[in-house]
Write a protein that binds this ligand. Structure first.
Ligand SMILES: Cc1cc2nc3c(=O)[nH]c(=O)nc-3n(C[C@H](O)[C@H](O)[C@H](O)COP(=O)(O)OP(=O)(O)OC[C@H]3O[C@@H](n4cnc5c(N)ncnc54)[C@H](O)[C@@H]3O)c2cc1C
Length: 419
């Protein structure tokens, strides 16, 4: 009998992991109380970017000076709710410390780059096998600025990107106008990263990967895992409320909801949610030719199969607080300012808002490796801003751990015990 692996969570990480685990010859059960690729998952509503250059962790040198602003402006691109501050303080301190110096940021970038490199090709392969190759496109990813001087305010990030092997083309005002005729003329400088790709419907991609896993024999159960029965350091069962599901191995891929599960397997990790939003315009009259990120909006703008999606914002307010839809309105309004061809009076029925939870570790690196109480339980969560792009490689790394092979990249920076 082959070993039984229970994959907890069916977002992009769980879906890709289930497939790689099946390929290793294991018997697989997938648990998720929600629909695979459904709106409850970050994997549904993200910015769709497959961005191998997203190696810069969210916090950088000097960010601490802006903390009062994060607390004072509930609608700023990064906001912390006052009521949540006491709970998030330890995480926040680690988050600021992780980006304290350029050397720390560079170390994180060096750890992340191998996890993200080749992501569009890895996604394409998975999508092809699941019959949805059309969901993955590679047209590059474009950062737009009002001037070269504005681009240079991010010099440290681009310097580090270059050091870790990322290349880009710089576009002047003329080239920008030719490439992006719908874009507002205030953007006169661009940095085009040609190795980047995007997904036209991340929710549909996840659903297709789970269907593929089912066709390869995976059992999908709509239940939430609640803990583990571990005896003598060996996993006996995954607990799902009153039920026990006998298991030889378990993989925790429950995104922002993974913290209590990791604790149940002995690993206390500082996982937080960085809540984010999207606004999606159906039948948009204007938009980018290449998925883009306007500097002043701190948002990604990408065509999807359901409309023009703009995604971004970071709100630290925990898993329970109600969404603040004003933040999604800010994204929509910025989209209108970036693409003057969009009608000013968009009827509400053409705009859909969504809020979701980035599973974020304070150092911007995921948790990937065995849990403390049992090596039979593997952590694979905490990908923060890069979970979509990192999903397929994460899955290959988990499969290697399960099979007892050395992983294809160095995963020591991601060990759950690093805190
Ligand atoms: C606004 C926004 C924009 C983003 N843009 C990008 C981007 O452009 N590119 C990129 O790479 N990343 C992006 N991200 C981040 C990315 O979406 C996430 O890192 C990624 O989706 C995390 O995937 P996951 O599978 O770990 O978690 P999720 O997709 O959240 O899936 C977790 C699953 O676990 C299930 N679950 C929860 N609790 C349990 C339980 N107890 N038992 C069983 N199942 C459970 C949930 O129902 C869910 O289906 C963005 C995120 C946001 C919010």
């Amino acid at each position: 009998m082959s070993l039984h692996v229970v994959v907890i969570g069916a977002g992009i990480v769980g879906a890709a992991t289930a497939l790689e685990t099946l390929r290793e010859g294991f018997r697989v059960t997938i648990l998720d109380p929600g629909d695979p690729g459904g709106e409850q998952a970050a994997s549904y509503g993200n910015g769709c970017w497959l961005s191998p250059m997203s190696v810069i962790p969210p916090a950088g040198p000097g960010l601490w000076k802006k903390v009062p602003q994060f607390l004072a402006d509930p609608l700023g691109p990064l906001a912390i709710r006052w009521s949540y501050l006491p709970r998030v303080l330890p995480w926040l301190a680690r988050y600021l410390w992780a980006g304290w110096t350029e050397a720390k940021v560079e170390a994180a970038a060096r750890a992340l780059r191998p996890l993200l490199v080749d992501a569009p090709a890895l996604h394409r392969t998975l999508a092809e096998e699941a019959g949805v190759a059309h969901l993955i496109e590679r047209r590059g990813l474009l950062y737009t600025y009002e001037s070269r001087a504005q681009f240079e305010t991010e010099a440290m990030a681009w310097r580090i990107r270059r050091k870790v092997g990322i290349e880009w083309l710089e576009l002047d005002a003329d080239e920008m106008r030719q490439r992006e005729p719908d874009l507002d003329r205030r953007y006169t400088f661009g940095a085009l990263v040609e190795e980047g790709g995007h997904c036209r419907d991340p929710g549909a991609l996840v659903a297709a990967l789970i269907s593929q896993a089912q066709s390869m024999g995976a059992d999908v159960q709509r239940v939430a895992a609640s803990g583990f029965r571990i005896e003598g350091g060996r996993l006996c069962a995954v607990l799902a409320g009153p039920r026990e599901i006998l298991a030889d191995r378990a993989i925790i891929c429950a995104g922002a909801h993974s913290k209590s599960l990791a604790a149940a397997a002995g690993s206390r990790v500082p996982l937080e949610t960085e809540r984010g939003y999207h606004a999606m315009v159906a039948g948009a009259e204007a938009g980018p030719r290449t998925p883009m990120m306007p500097y002043d909006g701190k948002m990604s703008v990408t065509w999807t199969n359901h409309g023009l999606r703009c995604a971004g914002q970071v709100e630290i307010a925990g898993l329970e607080a109600a969404p603040n839809w004003k933040r999604a309105e800010i994204l929509r309004d910025h989209l209108l300012r970036s693409f003057p061809g969009l009608p000013r009076d968009l009827p509400p029925e053409r705009v859909k808002f969504w809020m979701g939870h980035r599973p974020s570790m304070p150092d911007g690196l995921p948790c990937l490796g065995p849990a403390k109480a049992s090596a039979d339980v593997i952590c694979a969560f905490g990908h923060g801003h890069v979970g979509l792009v990192a999903g397929p490689r994460t899955a290959r790394l988990v499969a290697a751990l399960l099979a007892g092979r050395p992983p294809e990249i160095d995963i020591r920076p991601f060990r759950p015990s690093r805190f």
